[in-house]
Design a protein around this ligand. Structure first.
Ligand code: RIB
Ligand code: CA
Length: 307
C-alpha cells in the first residue's frame, strides 16, 4: 500500500490536476479530502472536490473546512480559476460531503493512523492552523505535512506574497512555526513546473470522459496564463503532490520560517528565521530545485492512466 494521505485543498484547477494524479498514483492512498476557502468559497471547493472524486470514480470522504481566514478579509482567485473554481466546467455531482468537519476528520484520522498519516495542503492553511490550535496533542502524529505555498522570492498576489499565504497569513505563520515536519513547495519551484500547449493537446488526444472534462478545465487556466503572455500552465499544486509521490524529483534545504502577519505592504511574505531566531527549529524543508522533466514524465504518465 502507498503512503496514507489526507489532502487539504481549494479546487481550483491546479488542485483538480493534483487530485487526479494523487488518485491515479499507486504510491498514495488518499484517505480523505478536506476543503478550505481559497480560490473560491469553501462550499464550492467542497463541491468541486466531491465532483472530482466522482469524475475519477473514487469514493473518498470529503469534509468541509474553514469558510474564511483566521483573521483579515477573505480573498479569492476566481479570476484565475473561474467563478465556480473549475474553469466554469459543470462536473456532475454525486454523493454529499461528510458529516464530519475538516477539523474532526483530520484529528480523528491522525489518532487512528498513529503517526503513519501524511497531510498535503494545497490551499490557504486555515484548516491546518485550526487543527494545531484545537488539537496540539496530535501534532506529533503528523508524519509529514507537504504544502504548496509561499515563496522565498517574489510573490504572485503582491511582489512579496504567494496566494495561499496571502489569503491567510496568520494560519501560514502558525503552521510554519508549529514544529511539524514540513516540506514546502513555493513559487521558487512551482513557477518552473509548466504544462505546455502541446502536452495539453496530447492529453486531449487520449480522449475519454475524464480527460475531456479535465482538458476543458485546463483550457480556462491556459487562457489565463496566455493573457499574461505565458505559453504554459504553472503546475503549483501538482508539483507538491508529485514530490510526495516521488521525492527524488526535488532537492530541499531545511529552514526556520515564519510569515508576515502585520505589515499591510508585505502581508503574507515568508520570513526566513534561520539567523534572526537561531533557536527556531529548522522544521521546513524548502524545495528550491526540481527536475522539470521528471515532473513532466510523472504527470503525463499518471494522466494517461485515465484514457
Ligand atoms: O499560488 C498558487 C496557489 O494558490 C495554488 O494552490 C492555487 O490553487 C491557489 O490556491
Ligand atoms: Ca490550491
Amino acid at each position: 500500500m502507498g503512503k496514507k494521505v489526507i489532502i487539504d485543498c481549494d479546487p481550483g484547477i491546479d488542485d483538480a490536476l493534483a487530485l487526479l494524479i494523487a488518485f491515479a498514483s499507486e504510491e498514495l492512498e488518499v484517505l480523505g479530502i478536506t476543503a478550505v476557502a481559497g480560490n473560491v468559497s469553501s462550499d464550492l471547493t467542497a463541491r468541486n472536490a466531491l465532483a472530482l472524486c466522482a469524475l475519477a470514480g473514487k469514493n473518498i470522504e470529503v469534509a468541509v473546512g474553514a469558510s474564511g481566514p483566521l483573521s483579515g478579509k477573505p480573498c479569492n482567485a476566481s479570476d484565475v480559476h473561474g467563478s465556480n473554481g473549475l474553469g466554469n466546467v459543470d462536473l456532475p455531482l454525486t454523493g454529499s460531503v461528510s458529516s464530519r468537519s475538516a477539523d474532526e476528520m483530520l484529528f480523528e484520522e491522525l489518532i487512528r493512523h498513529n503517526g503513519e498519516l501524511e497531510l498535503i495542503a494545497m490551499g490557504p492553511l486555515t484548516n491546518i492552523a485550526l487543527l494545531i490550535k484545537n488539537h496540539p496533542d496530535v501534532l506529533l502524529l503528523v508524519k509529514k505535512l507537504t504544502i504548496m505555498g509561499g515563496s522565498l522570492g517574489r510573490g504572485n498576489v503582491t511582489r512579496y506574497a504567494e496566494f495561499n499565504f496571502y489569503a491567510d497569513p496568520l494560519a501560514a505563520d502558525i503552521v510554519l512555526r508549529s514544529g511539524i515536519p514540513i516540506e514546502m513547495y513555493g513559487l521558487d519551484v512551482t513557477n518552473h513546473a509548466l504544462l505546455f500547449a502541446e502536452q495539453i493537446d496530447e492529453i486531449e488526444g487520449w480522449g475519454g470522459l475524464v480527460l475531456t472534462q479535465t482538458v476543458a478545465m485546463i483550457r480556462y487556466y491556459q487562457a489565463f496564463y496566455r493573457s499574461k503572455g505565458l505559453d504554459g500552465l504553472k503546475m503549483h499544486d501538482p508539483l507538491a503532490v508529485a514530490g510526495v509521490i516521488d521525492p527524488e524529483i526535488t532537492k530541499r534545504t531545511p529552514h526556520a520560517l515564519g510569515v508576515e502577519t502585520r505589515d499591510p505592504e508585505t502581508l503574507g511574505r515568508v520570513l526566513v528565521l534561520n539567523d534572526v531566531e537561531p533557536e527556531a527549529p529548522r522544521n521546513v524543508d524548502v524545495c528550491l530545485e526540481v527536475d522539470q522533466d521528471a515532473f513532466s514524465r510523472l504527470f503525463m504518465g499518471l494522466m494517461k492512466s485515465y484514457r
